[in-house]
Design a protein around this ligand. Sequence first.
Ligand SMILES: *[C@@H]1O[C@H](CO)[C@@H](O)[C@H](O)[C@H]1NC(C)=O
Ligand SMILES: *[C@@H]1O[C@H](CO)[C@@H](O)[C@H](O)[C@H]1NC(C)=O
Ligand SMILES: *[C@@H]1O[C@H](CO)[C@@H](O)[C@H](O)[C@H]1NC(C)=O
Length: 230
Amino acid sequence: MNICSRSLCNFTSCTILILFSLSCFSFSSSEALDALDPNGNITIRWDVMIWTPDGYMAVVTMSNFQKYRHIPAPGWTLGWTWAKKEVIWSIFGSQATEQGDCSKFKGNVPHSCKKDPTIVDLLPGAPYNQQIANCCKGGVLGSLSHDPENAVSAFQLSVGLAGTTNKTVRVPKKFTLKAPRPGYTCGPAKVVKPTKFYTKDRRRMTQAMMTWNVTCIYSVKPKVHKMLKG
Ligand SMILES: *[C@@H]1O[C@H](CO)[C@@H](O)[C@H](O)[C@H]1NC(C)=O
Ligand SMILES: *[C@@H]1O[C@H](CO)[C@@H](O)[C@H](O)[C@H]1NC(C)=O
Ligand SMILES: *[C@@H]1O[C@H](CO)[C@@H](O)[C@H](O)[C@H]1NC(C)=O
């Protein structure tokens, strides 16, 4: 992309100008949308599995619906801002990078009191008692065409000081996803139909108490495009 810098495109030699304009145009088609995966997205689904005395326990599942774009090491970093004064009592399969200020708690101290927690996956080989299904891949997420088995990542968190019914719970806001660099834009969390889960023998179905989805789309800022037009 650097080859499209102003000094080069203003270069007086005709041949070089044409050569570089061509490469500028070929880049411009990939700017607004991701040319690699124009219809792809990463969906983050929160399934509230049980209500607890002061909040809920949720399983958060991140699914890569992109054919080709994967998340390489050192992996994803997921962030959000709590709507109220929620805290994370405990978390399995991932961890918050900072505990934040939990000084008002005595005895049981939350895993994180940050208003805007930042979550990272655990590494492979994390202790068994901290794992859940699809966790602990160091944040690496496969693409659908190359590594579909690893296109899903999940963790479980217990949230306190939160609503305890589907009427009082507040969905988190301002989701961010780094993979591992910025580039994804996440939409607002939307309450959707509760996810249904089948037992292994598929003879019984249970469902989440409540489910919300967040969709993140890869896009890069159209810097080059503006320069060419302006
Ligand atoms: C995300 O991708 C999936 C799979 O391609 C698709 O079903 C879904 O509609 C997409 N979501 C959005 C918000 O684009
Ligand atoms: C929510 O996300 C899941 C994937 O995690 C997807 O299967 C489902 O279709 C999504 N629901 C809606 C309404 O977007
Ligand atoms: C909340 O729960 C009630 C009763 O179980 C149900 O009828 C309603 O559809 C739920 N609302 C949402 C947004 O899940």
